[in-house]
Design a protein around this ligand. Structure first.
Ligand SMILES: O=P(O)(O)OC[C@H]1O[C@H](OP(=O)(O)OP(=O)(O)O)[C@H](O)[C@@H]1O
Ligand SMILES: O=c1cc[nH]c(=O)[nH]1
Length: 419
């Protein structure tokens, strides 16, 4: 939840639009504090020139709070709309705002009310020179809103400036980021967008476990997850999109291997400061689901040895090692452990324990996974703090049968067509 405050015509909207356009692969919604203007009564309408639109009381902050709380819970909401010509609120329910990863609340007074501030994870104040703001306001109100210059200046002197000094400017001290010159400040916008990307990439569990890595989700990745999770998806499509996701997980996981530096000469005779991949590698797949990840690993690491582990057990009855065939020199290799589903973590504990018993250092194991339940993450990341867990999405929970929820059902049955 990001709040963008600042005086009239400071460039808040430009800043918001720049942030939104640079976050092009994220779900972002923009909520305007202006939508929450209260309707003027017939009395106030008769004397509209005496009405202070820049005072906190002009807004229905209770309604704004409840809408923001709903969005914060990840639910859709309908906000009111405000008609600037009639000065009437077109009641709640007129504008649908969908849930999103990022909600930007923009308005002159969004940092004024403590309750609103407490909902915001990032507070931005757009700080633009007051002469420039007045010049912009005159232009906007005369050109876009059909007012005459004298009327704009009277309103500015009587209400806009005093309210800025009394309510808006003092709220600047609550800002985490102050942007001088508004939308012209490309560096500030760039830093804000980078910060948002970092925060979005951090699942709460990543803040607890430094050995957990969830790779950054884009619409493409979200789309692939939507397809493999959809019960209507055919086996053929399931395999296609699971393979695409698996390839990404494998590439991302390989990025966590050590490398050595190597300078090479290009055909232009220039030096290229390169790196060399880690050579002592192997894969280990957990039968059956893990076998679906073998092709992607082979496609990325030519000639890689891949061992196999079969672990059996009913969901609630613990798990037992049935079969294993691993490279004989596995203890001197980095091991990419392959299993697309981490549920209770029982299978992964069995698999990792076997690798450790074969002399593989814990820090040499990278567990590559598509969908993980928080329960399994707690078990693995706590028990094996030096092992790295790479996953593409963390789901909500497990059901009583230890199935991942929302999950994608039985992975191996859908992948190998045995459902
Ligand atoms: O974290 P856990 O609770 O142990 O569950 C995860 C395990 O369950 C799945 O295998 P499954 O037993 O369904 O076998 P399959 O791959 O042969 O279908 C999955 O591939 C994991 O190995
Ligand atoms: O939900 C689950 C749990 C374990 N294995 C699966 O394939 N799916």
């Amino acid at each position: 939840m990001i709040g963008v405050a600042g005086g009239t015509a400071s460039g808040k909207t430009t800043v918001c639009n720049l942030i939104i356009s640079q976050l092009h692969d994220q779900r972002v919604v923009l909520v305007n504090q202006d939508s929450f203007y209260r309707s003027l009564t017939p009395e106030q309408l008769k004397n509209v020139k005496e009405y202070n639109f820049d005072h906190p009381d002009a807004f229905n902050t209770e309604l704004l709070l409840s809408c923001m709380e709903t969005l914060k819970r990840g639910e859709a909401v309908t906000t009111p709309n405000y008609d600037f010509k009639t000065h009437q609120s077109v009641g709640p329910g007129s504008k649908q705002v969908n849930p999103a990863d990022i909600v930007i609340l923009e308005g002159i007074l969004v940092l004024h009310d403590e309750r609103v501030r407490d909902l915001l994870n990032m507070k931005i104040f757009v700080d633009t020179d007051s002469d420039l703001r007045l010049a912009r306001r005159i232009k906007r109100d005369t050109v876009e809103r059909g007012r005459d210059v004298q009327n704009v200046l009277d309103q500015y002197a009587k209400f806009v400036k005093p309210s800025f000094d009394e309510f808006i400017l003092p709220s600047k001290k609550y800002a985490d980021i102050i942007i001088p010159r508004g939308g012209d400040n490309e560096v500030a916008i760039d830093l804000i967008v980078q910060h948002i990307h970092t925060k979005l990439g951090q699942h709460d569990l990543c803040k607890i476990y430094p050995n957990l890595f969830v790779f950054f989700s884009t619409f493409q990745i979200g789309g692939m997850h939507t397809l493999i999770r959809d019960m209507q998806t055919t086996n053929h499509d399931f395999v296609f999109y699971a393979d695409r996701l698996i390839r990404l997980v494998v590439e991302y996981g390989l990025g966590h291997l050590p490398f050595t530096e190597k300078q090479i000469i290009t055909p232009t005779g220039s030096i290229y400061p390169g790196v060399v991949f880690c050579k002592r590698l192997c894969g280990v797949s957990v039968i059956r689901s893990g076998e679906s990840m073998e092709n992607a690993l082979r496609a990325c690491c030519k000639g890689i040895k891949i061992g196999k582990i079969l672990i059996h057990g009913e969901r609630n009855d613990g798990r037992q090692l049935i079969y294993e065939k691993l490279p004989s020199d596995i203890s001197s290799r980095h091991v990419l452990l392959l299993d697309p589903v981490l549920a209770s973590g029982n299978s992964a504990v069995e698999a990792v324990s076997l690798l450790l018993s074969k002399g593989v250092p814990e820090s040499n194991i990278i567990f590559l996974n598509l969908i993980a339940a928080p329960q399994g993450i707690h078990v693995i990341c706590k028990k094996f703090p030096k092992l790295k867990v790479i996953t593409s999405e963390i789901d909500e929970t497990l059901d009583d049968d230890l199935r991942v929820i929302p999950g994608m059902g039985e992975f191996a049955d859908r992948y190998f067509g045995t459902d």
